[in-house]
Write a protein that binds this ligand. Sequence first.
Ligand code: E4P
Length: 218
Amino acid sequence: MKLFVDTADTKAIAELAEMGLIDGVTTNPSLIMKSGRDIFEVVREICDLMEGMPVSAEVVATNAGEMEAEGLKLKEIASNVVVKVPLTWDGLKACRRLSGQGIEVNVTLCFSANQALLAAKSGATYISPFIGRLDDINLDGMELIEDIVEIYENYEFDTQVLAASIRTANHVRDAAKIGAHVATVPPDLIKKLTLHPLTDKGLASFLADWKKSGGEIL
Ligand code: E4P
């Protein structure tokens, strides 16, 4: 499974990219707002950091024509920009028009399998089902990932399932087990994936024994 980071925080992206842990970045209007920066400036910096890997930047228009125009403008920032459009009727029209021009499109705010089916037929490169937001209203976000993976496999759609709105380490593990192509995860959560109490306990005991041995490596 590819791992994208879901943020517009360039410091966090730089650290993760240097470690080779991420295969792409997703942003949205709320994350851009949180960065406090201009969308063109911050997306350009992220695209440079990611060296050709996909960086999703989202349109904010609501009609197809304007979404297409915004998408084309965002695409001018760098060749690795993926245009993100919402899963609305107009969003699907914009997806078709942009993908028809060879532009990669991430269709976002997906909450049902039927929405995902339409996005694939519209030429989406990625579909972003939001797991956490479904769990928030007592529905099963992971069941949606399962349904979409099955439907796309049944009909051999090329659209990649990009598990989004990930809130827990279990979300990451379950998305990988189900066969989501990508999970986009906030930077803090990626860091937390390293944690295990037995790792901490084991390390503390190794270091204590090493101290007793009086040995040195450097
Ligand atoms: C995906 O591309 C979205 O940016 C994101 O995953 C939304 O997550 P949230 O529901 O935690 O805001």
